[in-house]
Design a protein around this ligand. Structure first.
Ligand code: NDP
Length: 291
């Protein structure tokens, strides 16, 4: 039987519907949530993501400021923008779109963002809180979107074996922490490029989260029958049958649909959830100010 679709678009729509009410409540107190998105350079995919974020803000009544800087911008200039935004009282969230040009140190720049405005959840203070099991702050958007989608679908995690493929600071590692946190209570294995016999680890997973950036790496025979598979990957692969010459592929082979009980699609799975969680973090940042 084909896997059920873990529909991130539908789940994100539910999150948005709830946020509209919270934005209204804030507006009644004279506060409009306000997100600043900074993009440096002309990476086409990044511009698509930023446009989508700005559009979602408009839909929810969140104010957005969109700052575009050329790719040869000096790091000091970006630093000054961040420090100015940190002080701006009517601005609640600051997001620096990744990737930055190679002459910039992304981690050091993230460190400069006021942790209360760090709506990406990448500041060491926010990641540190996550390690401590304090889940009430700014959580990284993609992993928290994965968790929200699993909860929304009624998928039981307690006592289950979860395997996370990938250990990045922004997806894999925080996803592993969230799956293993009190309240979620999965038992987690993290697999990375130095792991031996990756397929064997994956075959043991009740919940498999793939975040490796390798198109369709997870094959049907890697998946335990009935497992829940979340595909975080967004990869552009050549496809001459398409007019534009490429298509989007996840990190999971579509054939996994024949083995898994649930599978998130690409696109339409984790992607919309990431944006929904960014919106939630922005609203939360504004609420914290009003408390
Ligand atoms: P990174 O490149 O930062 O991390 C990839 C991770 O995968 C690393 O931990 C790496 O291991 C591991 N890895 C790479 N190749 C292999 C391999 N052959 N076998 C086992 N492990 C491997 O990527 P991100 O975490 O930023 O992103 C992962 C994917 O998720 C990408 O496709 C990205 O586009 C997508 N993404 C999607 C988002 C969404 O909204 N849906 C948001 C963010 C990312 P090691 O640490 O050993 O190098």
């Amino acid at each position: 039987m084909a896997a059920q679709r873990l529909d991130g678009k539908a789940c994100a729509a539910d999150v948005e519907a709830e946020l509209i009410g919270r934005v209204e409540t804030l507006k009644a107190k004279g506060i409009q949530p306000h997100l600043a998105v900074i993009i440096v350079g002309d990476d086409p995919a990044s511009h698509v993501y930023v446009k989508s974020k700005v559009r979602t803000c408009e839909r929810l009544g969140i104010r957005s400021t969109h700052l575009e800087l050329p790719s040869d911008t000096a790091e000091a200039v970006l630093r000054d923008h961040i420090l100015t935004m940190n002080e701006q009282e009517d601005l609640h969230g600051i997001l620096v779109q990744s990737p930055l040009p190679s002459h910039m140190n992304e981690e050091e720049l993230t460190d400069l963002i006021n942790p209360r405005k760090d709506v990406d959840g990448f500041h060491p203070q926010n990641l540190g809180r996550l390690v401590q099991g304090r889940l009430d702050g700014m959580l990284p958007c993609t992993p928290s979107g994965v968790m929200r989608m699993l909860r929304w679908a009624g998928i039981e995690l307690e006592g289950k074996r979860a395997v996370v493929l990938g250990r990045s600071r922004i997806v894999g590692m925080p996803a592993a922490l969230l799956l293993g946190a009190k309240g979620a209570d999965a038992t987690v294995t993290v697999v990375h490029s130095r792991t031996e016999d990756i397929a064997k680890h994956c075959q043991e997973a009740d919940i498999l989260v793939a975040a490796v950036g390798r198109p369709e790496m997870v094959q049907p025979e890697w998946v335990k029958p009935g497992a829940v598979v979340v595909d975080v990957g967004i990869n552009r692969v050549e496809d001459s049958s398409r007019e534009r010459g490429w298509r989007l592929a996840g990190d999971v082979s579509p054939e996994v649909e024949n083995v898994a009980s649930w599978l998130s699609p690409v696109p339409g799975g984790v992607g919309p959830m990431t944006i929904a969680m960014l919106m939630e973090n922005t609203v939360r940042a504004a609420e914290m100010l009003s408390e």
